[in-house]
Design a binder for this molecule. Structure first.
Ligand code: FES
Length: 240
């Protein structure tokens, strides 16, 4: 297979042609934060947190959907990149409940991790906030759309891992949300509650009801397991 050599943060990196900048950086041990990316799902490029600076380009491309080219020079933590990431985190927090202390995902939330990592202590922007009712009408999953960051991982996990297409994006602009058809609840849809969507959610929008009631995130460990429902044998991470 053809290989491509590029420079990332001053380090020469050689990867197979077709590799994304994100994967090339990771292969060299260079950290780039991600929210909507998951190696088991189709890259989407929606959250923009993985932006990098590439010499010769005027914008900051998302590294998870940008393919490496020979001689490319990438900076993953330049002042412009750090500033862009901080702004993205501030924008997300501007419409996100500030209840980390009592959130069931406290200590296991990517948004919380990155806010801490980039020194974002306040939302930075004020404006309208969502006030969705918390969906709690099934025995397995609590869905709090007020905490959803629209990363689309649950949409792709449902379609690509479980093959169900139960949830998708609906509405437009500020009103965009992820929901089953006809804006029903999960209980009112054909959801089999396999838990793949919960396993990939990076924030507190989707939580296992049993876990939320029984333990804090640091009291459990993630194990690789197999969904028992449809017999396909899909594997995913489960908290035990
Ligand atoms: Fe690349 Fe979200 S992780 S755009």
């Amino acid at each position: 297979m053809a290989e491509v050599t590029l420079t990332i943060d001053g380090k020469q990196v050689t990867v197979p042609a077709g590799t994304t900048v994100l994967d090339a950086a990771r292969s060299a041990g260079i950290f780039i934060p991600t929210l909507c990316h998951d190696p088991e799902l189709t890259p989407w490029g929606g959250c923009r947190l993985c932006v990098v600076e590439i010499e010769g380009m005027r914008n900051l491309p998302a590294s998870c959907v940008t393919t490496v080219t020979s001689g490319m020079v990438v900076h993953t933590a330049s002042p412009a990149v750090v500033e862009a990431r901080k702004t993205i985190i501030e924008l997300l927090l501007a419409n996100h409940p500030q209840d980390c202390l009592t959130c069931g995902r406290n200590g296991d939330c990517r948004l919380q991790d990155y806010a801490y990592m980039y020194g974002v202590r306040e939302p930075g922007f004020t404006g309208e906030r969502h006030s969705y009712p918390i969906e709690d009408d099934n025995p397995f999953i609590v869905r709090d759309l007020n905490k959803c960051i629209l990363c689309g991982k649950c949409v792709r996990a449902c379609a690509e891992i479980q093959g169900k297409n139960i949830v998708d994006f609906a509405y437009r602009g500020f009103n965009t949300k992820v929901t089953p058809a006809m804006d029903s609840t999960l209980a009112g849809s054909d959801c089999v509650f396999c838990g793949n969507c919960v396993a990939v959610c990076p924030v507190g929008a989707l939580q296992e009801k049993r876990l939320r009631a029984a333990a804090r995130t640091w009291e459990v460990k993630k194990v690789r397991t197999t969904c028992p429902y449809c017999g396909t044998g899909c594997t995913f991470d489960l908290n035990v």
